[in-house]
Design a protein around this ligand. Structure first.
Ligand code: B12
Ligand code: SF4
Length: 500
């Protein structure tokens, strides 16, 4: 029996040999199925295919069970694929992933879907495959909701969370075109590795807030592989490549446990010898953790600043760390010569453009090396979605309406009900974010009297979005090719280490 996975990762610009994105969800589910003797295949939905192309791809990928990994941004495209599957086959269609778990009712209503996976799919999907194989679908499988022939929905409860991460099979890498994954075509190619599940925090915009509550009483939500097993997983992922690449830990909060990080880093240093990057929370970083990370080969660490305004961060994001703790963590990373990368957001409910500027300045003060600023997208099922609705900032569900096709990523525009000028500023802020961070970084390094004068001028340019005036300053400071500058200074040295 063949089971096909579909991974929507649509990009506006077409690229040759686009191997799409890696998905830990698909990879682990495929590994479980293969362990039980099933054959699996993968369709990477890398662009908005025509109906004709979809039919061609499907006829080359016949399966009895089609499994979609859902991301809210791509629901409109997923619907198109489901329609094609149902038009030509009588195969079973199931959708899963975090976006389904947090918003099940909207997803199961989609025409053509036979069932949805809620929560972890590790055991549930194997049970579903076995019941399809035996030609008698068992509608009592936990973690799956079924659409019954009479149209009613059978909502089965969640089973306890998997307890021991060490017992998981290795991620299935064979199902992916590993050499051509998008992450492998970057200037600094990377292989993604995930050695944990869950996150102990509850940010209002994040699905973990919802998942943590949904799993209450069903086991430990935050789980890490033991250091030995985690290192083994890294080596497994690296073996799947015949190109040199760095390791990118995609774990939500790599620094959750100080003991774990220190033990893991010791082993990693002994056995792996490949530079890596990871992400975590500023509250968890201290001298010992940074030392262990650096010694093991961590060249870059990503922290979430999200907003530079404590008002926004505390009240709308539930990230209760002071600006001073953020700056403290950043200076620790600098001290240990670990590059700083930050996640930021703009277009948050009630956020002013002055507050967006505070985010830029906090990044600059902490000397961020790489900063990205995504535009807030309210994911249904999160607390911030409900708050946004309460404030009258959402008209229709953006996941299912025309809006979702308008913005294929979280960098293109806001789906909230803002005024025209506010939308323009949000797009401007996201586009020019890292350039401004660099300009302020330079200004803050000047003598204080000069620095204040330049800061005043730059504030004016930012707040009026006067790009023409920005042009000469970008040129003057050599930032006209920021990407190349960062590559030369921060990425090339890592590639050199990689090649040694
Ligand atoms: C690691 C990660 C990434 C990585 C890898 C993504 C990947 N596709 O694997 C990177 C950095 C590339 C990434 C990118 C993005 N991500 Co991301 N990411 C995560 C993160 C932190 C962990 C996901 C993960 O791998 N978990 C481990 C695996 C094993 O678990 P899993 O995927 O949930 O799969 C399990 C179950 O969900 C279920 N399951 C999964 N698929 C299926 C399918 C079926 C049929 C069934 C039955 C069950 C099932 O079984 C699996 C095993 O138990 C989550 C947050 C979170 N807590 O989950 C966000 C998250 C998934 N990302 C999110 C977003 C928005 C994005 C981006 C769109 C952001 C952007 N830059 O534009 C991109 C999209 C790129 C893409 N195509 O995935 C959102 C999605 C929200 C939504 N409603 O759609 C999340 C939920 C974070 C959030 N904001 O709350 N991401
Ligand atoms: S720390 Fe990161 S992963 Fe954890 S709840 Fe907050 S945003 Fe989500």
């Amino acid at each position: 029996m063949i089971i096909a996975f579909l991974n929507p990762c649509i990009k506006r610009n077409e690229v040759e040999n686009d191997g799409g994105d890696f998905s830990f969800g698909i990879s682990i589910l495929s590994a479980h199925l293969k362990r039980e003797g099933y054959e699996t295949s993968l369709i990477q939905i890398t662009k908005d295919y025509s109906e004709e192309d979809i039919e061609k791809i499907l006829s080359n990928n016949k399966a009895e069970l089609y499994c979609f990994y859902v991301l809210s941004h791509y629901l409109v495209f997923i619907k198109k694929w489901i329609k094609a599957i149902k038009k030509h086959t009588d195969a079973f269609v199931i959708c899963g992933g975090v976006a389904v778990t947090v918003n099940p009712m909207d997803i199961i209503k989609i025409e053509g879907i036979d069932a949805i996976g809620i929560g972890e799919g590790d055991e549930a999907l194997v049970e579903l495959a076995s019941s399809i194989k035996s030609n008698k679908i068992d509608h009592d499988i936990k973690n799956i909701w079924f659409k019954l022939p009479d149209g009613t929905i059978k909502k089965n409860p969640l089973r306890p969370l998997l307890g021991d991460m060490d017992k998981l099979p290795h991620y299935d890498t064979e199902i992916f075109d590993m050499e051509n994954l998008r992450s492998m075509t970057l200037r600094l190619p990377y292989v993604a590795v995930m050695v944990s599940r869950g996150c102990p925090f509850s940010c209002y915009y994040c699905s973990n807030n919802h998942l943590n509550k949904a799993y209450n009483g069903l086991g430990k939500y935050v789980r890490f592989m033991r250091p030995e097993r985690a290192v083994d997983e890294v080596l497994h992922m690296l073996r799947a490549l015949n190109k040199k690449a760095i390791v990118n830990f995609a774990d939500n909060t790599f620094d959750t446990s100080k003991r774990w990080v220190i033990d893991f880093c010791k082993l990693y240093k002994e056995k792996v010898h490949v530079p890596f990057r990871a992400m975590g929370r500023v509250e968890k970083l201290d001298d010992d953790v940074c030392y262990a990370l650096k010694e093991a080969g961590c060249f870059r660490f990503t922290i979430g600043i999200e907003s530079g305004s404590e008002r926004v961060r505390y009240n709308y994001l539930n990230r209760r760390m002071a600006n001073s703790s953020i700056l403290n963590a950043m200076s620790l990373l600098k001290k240990h010569r670990i590059q700083i990368s930050t996640y930021n957001m703009c277009g948050l409910p009630s956020e002013t453009k002055e507050e967006m500027l505070e985010t830029i300045k906090l990044n600059a003060k902490g000397q961020t090396d790489f900063a990205t600023c995504s535009i807030f997208w309210p994911y249904k099922g999160t607390k911030l979605y409900d708050m946004t609705v309460g404030m009258g900032l959402i008209n229709n569900n953006p996941e299912l309406g025309a809006e979702s096709k308008k913005y294929m990523s979280v960098y293109e525009g806001s789906v909230l009900n803002f005024q025209k000028g506010e939308h323009e500023h949000i797009r401007f802020n996201s586009k020019w974010f890292s350039t401004f961070v660099y300009l302020y970084r330079m200004i803050f390094s000047f003598h204080s009297a000069i620095s204040m004068e330049f800061e005043r001028i730059l504030d004016k340019i930012y707040l009026s979005r006067n790009i023409e005036q920005l042009g000469p300053s970008i040129k003057r400071y050599g930032l006209n090719n920021l990407e190349n500058l960062l590559y030369k200074n921060l990425e090339k040295p890592v590639i050199k280490i990689l090649k040694q």
